[in-house]
Design a protein around this ligand. Structure first.
Ligand SMILES: [Zn+2]
Length: 401
């Protein structure tokens, strides 16, 4: 793989051994659509390691054995690429970048992201906004990226909006981040300007520890994407931008509660379809409604019926990502047996007691936060969620086994 940056414009050329259909770090197959993209709103003079790591968040799935950058990187970043992916990276000649003093939040506007932001009220936001690609037709016009950017600005926090078409480098499964970390491409390029030493993501307990999303669905202490000692954690750290997961120890029930009680409540938005509010009919809206109804202990309020494709995932036989929250919700929503989720009751024997661990913080998640920012999350979790007992922590550690 050969990588070239011109300002914020990235182009890359595959070597003969590289593959058009590669795999992201979570093993999900991703097919390349085009070999160029842009990141707007970023300086052109960032540290070469920042350019390298930003590019790697985009080209990693398709790179097999080597990657050459257009400017020399540090031995530390080259080593992290070698140890994490087995690729030879170069040229190597730069001094490593020193970590800055500031923690920024990679802010999406969703409940998890808002919860992370609430823990660090002084942290600036970097918001990724999708824009069309100049050569790839936009077949996904329902994605209201300007709404999210407007809401991010309305929070009153210091916000830097990064515009990018990098999601269109992906043909399959659909436009999106080649690696989950590509959402940080702009934040990485801004790291010198913002004096970043850490970047906070809204990944919660399910994503960090339970192999959630499109991943393994079992306890994953060595999660390659989000563990500090995983491939990505080490690579980001080598570039002086530590991955920080402020809500990595709590479930989506806690992040939902925190977000809805926060002063950013009016700007919370997880749906990319509606313009004036969530669309209420997509799969994500259904899932979040389930969590919100459970947290608010009220009946489910959704127009979605069991015959809709978006309902299918949650009515299929487990395991699946987000299953812990289905169990949590089944145990708490009044009248759930009269909703489209009634068949799911057959798969689980969830009670409030058996799902209480999802109301508390998993202590090892605090230990993973770099020392400089650790105490702030620890104090927040002590006050707002409390910590899991040993028995509750065992629920995390035996998940999926
Ligand atoms: Zn929706």
């Amino acid at each position: 793989m050969r990588v070239t940056w011109t300002g914020g414009d990235l182009s890359f050329r595959l070597d003969p051994e590289d593959e058009i259909t590669g795999r992201a770090s979570d093993e999900y197959p991703v097919k390349l659509a085009t070999n160029s993209c842009s990141v707007g709103g970023v300086p052109g003079d960032a540290h070469p390691d920042l350019f390298a790591v930003a590019a790697w968040t985009i080209v990693a799935p398709w790179t097999r054995r080597r990657v050459s950058f257009d400017r020399a990187i540090s031995p530390e970043v080259a080593a992290a690429l070698h140890d994490g992916w087995g690729v030879e990276a170069g040229p190597v000649a730069a001094q490593a970048r020193q970590a800055g003093r500031t923690l920024a939040i990679s802010y999406s506007g969703g409940a998890d992201s808002v919860a992370a932001a609430t823990i660090y009220p002084e942290a600036p936001f970097v918001h990724f906004r999708r824009v069309p690609h100049r050569r790839v037709p936009n077949r996904w016009p329902h994605y209201q990226s300007e709404v999210l950017a407007r809401l991010a600005t309305a929070t009153g926090r210091e916000v830097t909006v990064v515009t990018s078409d990098l999601e269109f480098t992906l043909a399959e499964p659909r436009p999106g981040y080649p690696e989950h970390h590509a959402v940080a491409a702009g934040a990485l390029l801004l790291a010198d300007r913002l004096d970043l030493g850490g970047l906070g993501f809204g990944y919660e307990l399910g994503s960090r520890w339970l192999g959630g999303d499109r991943y393994l669905h079992r306890y994953t202490p060595d999660n390659p994407m989000w563990a500090p000692h995983g491939a990505w954690g080490r690579l980001f750290a080598a570039a002086g931008v530590h991955i920080v997961l402020p809500v990595g120890g709590v479930s989506e029930a806690v992040t939902m509660r925190v977000a809805l009680n926060s002063e950013l409540r009016g700007q919370v938005r997880w749906c990319l379809r509606g313009t004036d509010g969530p669309c209420r009919t997509c799969g994500k809206c259904l899932y979040k409604e389930l969590i919100q109804a459970a947290v608010e202990r009220r009946p489910l309020d959704t127009p979605v019926t069991a015959d809709r494709p978006v309902a299918r995932k949650w009515l299929a036989k487990p395991p699946y990502g987000g299953q812990e929250m289905i169990e949590y919700a089944l145990a708490r929503i009044p009248g759930i047996e009269d909703t489209l989720f009634a068949p799911a009751l057959d798969y689980f024997e969830a009670t409030e007691e058996s799902t209480s661990w999802l109301d508390h913080c998993y202590p090892p998640a605090i230990d993973e936060i770099p020392a400089r920012w650790r105490e702030q999350t620890a104090a927040f979790m002590t006050a707002e969620a409390g910590f899991m007992t040993e028995n509750e922590a065992r629920r995390v550690e035996t998940w999926g086994s």
